[in-house]
Write a protein that binds this ligand. Structure first.
Ligand code: AMP
Length: 509
């Protein structure tokens, strides 16, 4: 039996974990003892790749050979702020390929730990990821030579790592503040333990790095007053940035932290109090509060409707965010010591449920699997009563997958019409401007039919993401046309296969 591993493929950091048949979970460390791997890739001149902390350190000296934050572009061509492609030595690297490098590194760590190659994984994604980004994440796994058994929502994995199952049925708010992104998800746990996402919100450009930069700006200003320039060389700035992050982390437990800045050949002490830091990040705390309240509003809930508030992501250790959430929700948030490992732990637990070795006597084995849902609505283009073309939703967003043969009846508009065109759309709006057409097909009645003649349309959506639409003559029941559309990823099958072949021969360490 292949072991199935759980992976948190994060924007700033990634983690791999394994849950054994007794339901015990281990977060796997690399040879350096670190369990948290920065999602950073360095391209060596010899074609090899370095992933993790060593790659992050290379960013100081050779920033043009280092890729980071590529998860922000998952499913798109570029992840850089200026939309330019990321090119090294003449080759463009897609977010999927860069993510594959991180996955390969994590798989290597697990291989070293267990002495056998990793083949199967469960990977987590943010709840707001659409089908395109989910498909892209799957492609990343395939490029790395892995079978992605399942894609799971990060807040669901975090909730499972905290044991929030049917015993804690009710509404959960998951506040996830990482290094580069902020997500808030409101979920409902049913009495059978199944979890449903009610609303998601967040900011893909807010996280720990912003706080580091705010400290850095203060450091630079203070140094300047002391006659010291810490920006003479790029490395000096990077060095100060590292110190800013270290200070920030210390201030999560200490009231005062200090360091020594270097530049112009001499040191200068720099001290920061927690109160000063909280003043620096006040706007950011307010922004997360506004987003939290807005997401609750989207879910149609009041803060008092939330039974459990759960914090994940490394930056949730900052007391200012904990205080804010407690004030807003009226109860202290739950969080673990290993905030940054929770998502991977939950992914591993869900991975264990996908395998067949889990001891049936464990609580984990008895816990129902979370349901997959359709992230966006699926509909058909048709005329409304005002004779305007609209998207008629047949499968609503958040409907549990698989969906079998939802049926609806439409009518012809022209006298003597002998054909109909079925257009399938993805999106939650009626207005066609805001939806994406996924495919179309034409069916014939084989004769002219009167105006208002019925056409029966059925739609199904399976767990592999395949949508099937069928149209039937509404009176005779004769089949008219079929449309089968896989939810699209960015890369074609051939591109994934080519990239996978390249990756087989790439040395990643
Ligand atoms: P994640 O993306 O969840 O791995 O979170 C990484 C972010 O958490 C980075 O910006 C870290 O600087 C930040 N972080 C880690 N530990 C702490 C801490 N003790 N206090 C404040 N921020 C932290």
């Amino acid at each position: 039996m292949d072991r199935i591993f759980g992976i948190d493929l994060g924007t700033t950091n990634s983690v791999i974990a394994y849950t054994d048949p007794t339901a015990a979970t281990e977060v796997i460390a690399g040879q350096d003892g670190n369990r948290i791997v920065p999602s950073v890739v360095y391209f060596g001149k010899d074609g090899s790749q370095l992933v993790g902390m060593s790659a992050r350190q290379r960013a100081i000296i050779e920033p043009e050979r280092v890729a980071m934050l590529f998860k922000r572009g998952m499913g798109e061509k570029s992840f850089l702020d200026n939309e330019a492609p990321f090119v090294v030595d003449g080759k463009t690297w897609s977010p999927e390929e860069l993510s594959a490098s991180v996955l390969k590194k994590l798989a290597l760590m697990a291989q070293e730990r267990f002495g056998e190659p990793v083949r199967k994984v469960v990977i987590t994604v943010p709840a707001y990821f659409g089908d395109n980004e989910r498909a892209a994440t799957k492609s990343a796994g395939e490029i790395a030579g892995l079978e992605v058994v399942h894609i799971v929502n990060e807040p669901t994995a975090a909730a499972i790592a905290h044991g929030l199952d049917n015993a804690s049925a009710g509404r959960i708010l998951v506040f996830d503040l990482g290094g580069g992104t902020f997500d808030v998800t409101v979920m409902e746990v049913a009495s059978d333990g199944s979890m449903k996402v009610l609303a998601t919100g967040g900011d893909r450009r807010l996280g720990g790095m912003d706080f580091d930069n705010l400290i850095l700006a203060k450091m630079i200003a203070t140094a300047r007053q002391g006659g010291l320039d810490v920006e003479t060389e790029p490395w000096a700035r990077q060095d100060a940035y590292g110190k800013a992050e270290a200070l920030k982390k210390e201030l999560s437990t200490l009231e005062t932290a200090s360091t020594s800045l270097t530049g112009s050949g001499r040191p200068l002490p720099f001290e920061l109090t927690r109160a000063q830091f909280e003043k620096l990040i006040r706007d950011k705390v307010t922004a997360t509060e506004d987003t939290t309240l807005y997401t609750l509003e989207l879910a149609g809930l009041q803060p008092s409707d939330i039974g459990t508030v759960l914090m994940v992501g490394g930056s949730s250790r900052i007391p200012a965010f904990q205080k804010m959430l407690e004030r807003v929700c009226g109860r202290p948030p739950l969080f673990s010591r290993n905030l940054d490992e929770d998502v991977a732990r939950g992914a591993a637990m869900l991975a264990a449920k996908e395998g067949q070795d889990l001891d049936p006597r464990t609580a984990l084995a008895r816990m129902p699997k979370p349901v997959d849902v359709c992230s966006h609505g699926l509909g058909i283009t048709a005329l409304n009563d005002e004779m305007e073309l609209r998207n008629f939703i047949m499968i609503n967003a958040q409907t549990p997958v698989p969906v079998d043969d939802v049926a609806d009846t439409f009518n012809t508009v022209d006298e003597g019409q002998n054909e109909v065109e079925i257009k399938l759309n993805e999106g939650d709006e009626e207005d066609l401007e805001f939806v994406k057409q996924l495919g179309k097909s034409t069916g014939s009645f084989g004769r002219g039919v009167p105006k208002g003649y019925p056409i029966k349309v059925t739609m199904s959506y399976d767990r592999a993401g395949m949508i099937e639409v069928n149209a039937y003559d509404g009176q005779t029941g004769t089949h008219m046309c079929k449309l089968k559309v896989p939810r699209p990823g960015n890369l074609s099958k051939a591109q994934v296969a080519n990239a996978a072949a390249l990756y087989r021969n790439t040395k990643v360490s």
